[in-house]
Design a protein around this ligand. Structure first.
Ligand code: SF4
Length: 363
């Protein structure tokens, strides 16, 4: 019965080994590694002809483990930048997205993955935020989305990086996202270096602190977008729960624990969060803290968005023009931290939520 089968895309070598032995297979950890690598690590064109796993183990594997994947229902390439947006359907009909992102090096790609169907965070600049939360994605759904995109790469190409910046707040689905990251970074799984996997959050402070305490090697990205509490509460309602000083303290603690720069992302909203008041607030919050600032264009065009309940007037969100962006970037550089403009791709297809930003863009 398929309902009792565990999905391969959600397993590490250790958990597959545990499932096989619990089902009575005379399996070793090496058998589990071999089976996992054969099915996950390579696209079907590159797989060896057969595995060396004994027949008795293979039989249990076939009986107990499902190879089902999320299904690709639509793919759309943006001809302006080569980003490819995938619409994926889970067995229950839930839809999610992934985006294949070409990197500078030929034949190298990054993948932007979703963590949830919809999102509960309600960031006002984000189309997904207006949907509300459907449900969490399981680790196997996230990893099988990766496999579907990977298996359509041109010959010889590889996915060398992954960003959790698609639909959903990754730390709102902490266990599944960290489980998927473990499989994506396993040599028998996605074969992506842990340091090339970025997990982005809008500021769930307890989960940031948990992530820090657990000592993961994945990169942390915090979408700050305003360093001023009152403004950030209007733009990112999560601020009402964990305010800016609390979030900054968690960022400081992470930088201190890892000895590495924390990436602070900033969706630039014309006339809203590009003023000197933001520069002063950033200086005060992060004096002496190793951060890197990623500035990101608003993905959608101008829009009047409803504000969270209780806010007095609609918020008009617009992309910045070059002059405003240049001025803001120059002022950010006075903070003495690296400032990188990130390209928010697939704009023509609305290929991402407001946070998708995976490729450096010349300023
Ligand atoms: S920006 Fe990210 S966290 Fe915010 S509503 Fe959109 S998907 Fe959710």
């Amino acid at each position: 019965m398929t309902t009792d089968r565990v999905n391969l895309h959600g397993l590490t070598p250790a958990t597959l080994h545990a499932h096989l032995t619990a089902a009575g297979a005379p399996a070793t950890l090496a058998h589990a590694r071999s089976l996992l690598a054969w099915h996950l690590a390579f696209d079907p064109r590159q797989r060896p002809k057969r595995t060396s796993v004994p027949r008795a183990v293979q039989e249990v594997f076939e009986r107990c483990v499902s190879l089902a994947r999320v299904e690709v229902v639509e793919r759309a390439e943006d001809p302006s930048d080569g980003f490819v947006k995938y619409l994926l359907r889970s067995p229950d009909g839930a839809l999610s997205e992934a985006v294949r992102i070409p990197l500078e090096a030929p034949g190298r790609y990054s993948i932007c993955l979703s963590s949830q169907v919809g999102c509960a965070m309600g960031c006002v600049f984000c189309a997904t935020g207006r949907l509300g939360l459907g449900r969490n994605l399981a680790a196997w759904e996230i990893v099988s989305a990766f496999c579907q995109v990977r298996d359509e790469l041109p010959d010889g190409a590889r996915i060398t990086g992954a960003v959790f910046m698609g639909q959903g707040e990754p730390f709102h689905n902490y266990d599944a996202v960290l489980g998927a990251a473990a499989i994506l970074s396993d040599p028998c799984g996605g074969r992506i270096a842990a340091r090339a996997i970025s997990i982005s959050t809008v500021g769930l402070v307890p989960e940031i602190r948990r992530f820090t305490a657990e000592g993961h090697r994945y990169r942390l990205v915090v979408s700050l977008t305003s360093a001023i509490s009152e403004r950030r509460r209007r733009l990112l309602p999560v601020t009402r729960k964990w305010d800016v000083p609390e979030l900054a303290a968690a960022i400081r603690a992470h930088a201190q624990a890892t000895g590495e720069r924390v990436t602070v992302a900033w969706v630039v909203l014309a006339g809203e969060n590009t003023g000197d008041d933001e520069i002063a607030a950033l200086r005060e919050l992060f004096e002496g803290v190793p951060i890197k600032l990623n500035i990101i264009d608003l993905n959608d065009g101008p829009s009047d968005l409803p504000l969270p309940a209780g806010e007095p007037s609609p918020l008009r969100l617009r992309r910045v023009d070059q002059a405003e962006l240049d001025r803001f970037r120059d002022r950010l550089r006075t903070l003495g931290v690296p400032v990188v403009r990130r390209y928010s791709g697939g704009r023509a297809r609305h290929a991402a939520c407001g946070m998708l930003a995976a490729r450096a863009h010349p300023t």
